[in-house]
Unconditional design. Structure first.
Length: 77
């Protein structure tokens, strides 16, 4: 599975996922730190990646419909 790790999470999460055989990149690896959430959403759509984030704005299903992503994990810890 392909993942994008948001800037609000430790970059080590990408390494852990890669260790389990997944394709994982971080927002910072792609120089996307500080860009609007809508841009992150678009990049995830284009790259066919599931987003892993602490940003609860992505939990707004009207703004970021989950059926338009390849996966969305919004966590609070």
């Amino acid at each position: 599975m392909k993942f994008k790790i948001d800037e609000n999470l430790p970059v080590e999460i990408a390494s852990l996922l890669e260790g389990d055989g997944h394709d994982a990149v971080t927002v910072s690896q792609q120089q996307l730190c500080g860009v609007p959430d809508a841009r992150i959403f678009e990049v995830c759509q284009r790259e066919k990646r599931a987003l892993v984030t602490l940003d609860t704005d992505f939990a707004d299903i009207k703004m970021y419909p989950p059926n338009e992503l390849f996966g969305l994990i919004v966590t609070n810890s």
